[in-house]
Design a protein around this ligand. Structure first.
Ligand SMILES: *Cc1c(COP(=O)(O)O)cnc(C)c1O
Length: 391
């Protein structure tokens, strides 16, 4: 069976050009980038070239790029590093209710360490209101962390405005831009952020490698202790093949951004229009301030998990809520934050596209999904009761 992959917000296929770039760094140029000999120096050269390429995309200095093991580590480092380095200044951090668990669970940990966290609520579209962020700032606020775009519902947050507010109050600003790279322009000068997290596997790069951008002069406690790699700020032998892959992937992902995303957004809109035309199906997330590849719907009267299993049998890979919470029966914190009742949040489905998806994929989903919804509803006591009441 021809499999259709619409779970690109969870992870993406590594593009063949990226694999091609990485291969020599496993088998030929495998030296430790800290070694003195030429095998090591070749690896070092590749590492620094990758750093320059990433810096060029983000519009910063290569010295502000720190390679990590991925989005989760970058988020952990930004928050814990800022909290521990600024203990004397304060203990208050502001974030939003819809962040990824890499942020929210780090905040919970920091609360146990004596930090105080304000979780800014969002509106029904998932938007953070910058005025709410400003109102939450206290004399002891040290950091504001708001994501660039939401991984579940695709809403794009007003981070430039929030960064300006943070700086007007002398507060550091971090953004989790993991979902934004390759989807919207990401320029750290234009955003005005002090720190930014990204992860290669969300834009057709390898898993287990990411970046924390740290603006020059920002003090952060180290997170990973050991050797003197990454200018003494992040220990561990550099993942040279992964880093080379990340640099190639971010370059490819940000080329012809507008053109590429216009095509993806057109496919997304077909999904949104086709699916929300079905009875008792609603769109989650902002209609236009939205990632080009994100379609998140709630299908009333059925369980998201049942939908996923049926879709999988039909050859379609999708997600309900966020992949990180699957296996737990709690509905997604993001869907609850936008005000969905538990019953409706449970029936949510995320279809996330990338440039590997085609018109045929979308047509197949639009032809297949309505029948699956109908079948599941015909088995749903909730739906039967509801239809009885309507009579
Ligand atoms: C995937 C994701 C992360 C985690 O990145 P990993 O590289 O998988 O650790 C963090 N934040 C957001 C918004 C994500 O989508």
């Amino acid at each position: 069976m021809n499999r259709i992959y619409m779970d690109n917000a969870a992870t993406t296929a590594v593009s063949p050009a990226v694999v091609e770039k990485m291969l020599p760094y496993f088998t030929e140029c495998y030296g430790n980038a800290s070694s003195i000999h030429s095998t090591g120096r070749d690896a070092r050269k590749a590492l620094e070239e990758a750093r320059r390429r990433v810096a060029a995309v983000l519009n910063c200095s290569p010295n502000e790029i720190y390679f990590t093991s991925g989005g989760s580590e970058s988020d952990n480092w930004a928050l814990k590093g800022a909290a521990f380095a600024n203990r004397k200044k304060g203990k208050h951090i502001i974030t939003s209710a819809v962040e990824h668990h890499a942020i929210l669970h780090t905040c919970e940990y920091l609360e146990k360490q004596g930090c105080e966290i304000t979780y800014i609520p969002v509106d029904a579209d998932g938007l953070v209101n910058p005025a709410d962020v400003e109102a939450a700032i206290r004399p002891d606020t040290i950091l504001i962390s708001i994501m660039a775009a939401n991984n579940e519902i695709g809403t794009i947050e007003p981070i430039e405005e929030i960064a300006a507010i943070a700086h007007a109050h002398g507060v550091l600003f971090h953004t989790d831009a993991v979902q934004a790279i390759g989807a919207i322009p990401v320029d750290v000068q234009k955003i005005g952020c002090d720190m930014l997290s990204l992860s290669a596997h969300k834009f057709h790069g390898p898993k287990g490698v990411g970046v924390l951008y740290i603006r020059k002069g920002v003090r952060l406690e180290n997170f990973m202790h050991g050797g003197a790699q990454e200018r003494g700020r992040r220990a561990a032998t550099e993942n040279v093949p992964g880093i080379v892959g990340l640099a190639e992937a971010i370059t490819l992902a940000t080329e012809n951004l507008e053109e590429k995303n216009a095509r993806i957004a057109a496919l997304r809109d077909q999904l949104i229009d086709g699916l929300t035309a079905l009875p008792y199906v609603r769109l989650n997330g902002h209609r236009t301030k939205r990632l080009p590849g994100n379609c998140n719907i709630s299908v009333q009267f059925i369980e998201g998990e049942a939908l996923l299993l049926r879709l999988d049998l039909a050859g379609i890979a999708a997600s309900s809520g966020s992949a990180c919470t699957s296996g737990s029966l709690d509905p997604s914190h993001v869907l609850l934050a936008i005000g969905l009742p538990h019953a409706i949040a449970h029936g949510s489905l995320r279809l996330s596209l990338s440039d590997t998806n085609t018109q045929e994929d979308v047509d197949y989903v639009l032809n297949t999904l309505p029948g699956i919804i109908e079948t599941l509803r015909s088995m749903s006591p909730l739906y039967q009761d509801f239809m009885e009441e309507q009579k």
